[in-house]
Design a protein around this ligand. Structure first.
Ligand SMILES: Cc1cc2nc3c(=O)[nH]c(=O)nc-3n(C[C@H](O)[C@H](O)[C@H](O)COP(=O)(O)OP(=O)(O)OC[C@H]3O[C@@H](n4cnc5c(N)ncnc54)[C@H](O)[C@@H]3O)c2cc1C
Length: 408
């Protein structure tokens, strides 16, 4: 009789585990409490689905920081090239951008998800939506709250792919932490990762500039500097450059109560060059006009300087140039999980066997963002979700006596 595999969570990690388990011969059913699968995956495609990154593998793996020793071998076994080949195999060609980031040509996740679901169905994967996993019953069956009433199932292996804690309204609300805690499986609380921050800006600045982009800037904190962009939000700052520093900033705020970032408004120009340009603008111009004419800076940048300094022009062009090259902004709190791209925290390595089954519950596997790792944006998040799903599916297949042929 064929083996049964239950996958709980229809995000990219769960769907990939389902694809592999069914290809390797298991009767596979996916459960999710939302009315449709892959909602966060679709959201990830809104601003361009950054599937993975093309940099050398050692550098790629170093992006997982403290978790590199754990996630690294999984990524080596299912590397970026395999993920790209998988995407292309679904009829979605990929391209590498100038930053090295890899995207499907379509940029969005919807055509990829559509193609993926139409592969899974004929392969026999059944997807049961509006099924909220609630734990186990007295007979040790997995239980779900479903539209027609409670459902209990038994499977030879179960893969949990319930996601992290960001954007809970898309489905991954972290409710699984309590269910597993009741079974003695502890996890680290979620914290926002790749997130925005509250900044000590005046109400007037926030009101006027919320939504305004700061493009072509460099942001530095704690000795690390990144080029990119940021956007003023209703509470402070968000955007690529902010996300890149967000893990260190979040930890610094937790430790010290606040953290400072320096914004270089013209990273392409030396401080001397900035001073020269400022000198070339004739006197009598307003401050905002001076910044625009000398440095092509928008009003938001001029007002950012005013937020930091009572009189940004005090001391003349040389002093102003120094300020342009490092506007201090005090960050007071990480923005909530509701809008973070990803989350830190989740199931720690100590709770899992090397094959990603729970030490306390050996036929239950965990994959994807519910595991305790974090990484910057750049395609590292999805790559780790696919690679960990591949790792868990292989281990489960071997344990069930199936033959896991290569994934791609
Ligand atoms: C705005 C945004 C942009 C992003 N952009 C990128 C990007 O460009 N590149 C990148 O690499 N990553 C990106 N990410 C991150 C990426 O989307 C996630 O890391 C990835 O979706 C995590 O996959 P997962 O399968 O582990 O979890 P999820 O995608 O969160 O899926 C978990 C599933 O579990 C279900 N579930 C949860 N609890 C239960 C329960 N009790 N019962 C039943 N079902 C349950 C949820 O409904 C959900 O469908 C982005 C994220 C966001 C929010």
């Amino acid at each position: 009789m064929s083996k049964t595999v239950a996958i709980i969570g229809a995000g990219p990690a769960g769907l990939f585990a389902a694809e592999l388990a069914s290809r390797w011969g298991a009767k596979t059913t996916v459960y999710d409490h939302m009315p449709s699968p892959g909602r966060k995956f679709l959201m990830a495609g809104r601003g361009g689905l950054n599937l993975t990154h093309s940099e050398p593998l050692d550098r790629f793996i170093a992006r997982y920081g403290d978790a590199a020793g754990w996630i690294g071998p999984m990524v080596r076994a299912f590397p970026p090239a395999a993920l790209m080949a998988w995407c292309e195999g679904l009829g979605q060609p990929v391209f590498t951008g100038s930053s090295g980031r890899v995207f499907p040509v379509a940029m969005k996740a919807s055509p990829l998800l559509r193609a993926w679901l139409s592969r899974l169905e004929p392969q026999g994967v059944e997807i049961r939506l509006r099924h909220r996993w609630t734990g186990w019953d007295a007979q040790n069956r997995q239980t779900f709250a479903a539209p027609g009433g409670p459902v209990a199932i038994q499977a030879d292996a179960t893969v949990l792919a319930l996601g992290g804690g960001s954007w809970p309204r898309l489905g991954s609300d972290g409710g699984w932490r309590d269910i597993l805690a009741a079974r003695g499986v502890a996890s680290r609380p979620f914290a926002p990762a790749n997130c925005g921050f509250h900044a000590a800006f005046s109400e007037a600045f926030l009101e006027r500039f919320a939504g305004a982009p700061l493009t072509g800037i460099a942001l530095s904190a704690g000795g690390t500097s990144v080029r990119g962009e940021a956007t003023v939000t209703r509470q402070g700052l968000e955007g690529g450059a902010v996300y890149a520093l967000s893990a260190a900033l979040r930890d610094a705020i937790a430790r010290d109560g606040a953290a400072e970032v320096l914004i270089d408004l013209r990273p392409g120009l030396s401080v001397e060059r900035v001073a020269e340009r400022l000198t070339s603008v004739r006197g009598g111009e307003s401050f905002a006009n001076t910044m625009r004419k000398a440095l092509a800076l928008p009003p938001v940048a001029a007002h950012l300087l005013r937020e930091a300094y009572a009189d940004p022009r005090a001391g003349g062009p040389a002093a102003l140039a120094q300020r342009v090259k490092g506007v201090p902004v005090r960050l007071t709190a990480a923005a909530g999980l509701e809008r973070a791209i990803s989350s830190a925290g989740g199931l720690t390595r100590e709770q899992l066997d090397p094959g990603l089954s729970l030490r306390a519950l050996p036929n239950i596997y965990a994959t994807g963002e519910m595991l305790d790792w974090e990484a910057p944006t750049g395609g590292y998040l999805l790559q780790a979700c696919f690679a960990s799903a591949h790792h868990a599916a292989r281990d489960a297949a071997k344990r069930l006596g199936l033959t896991p042929v290569p994934a791609i």
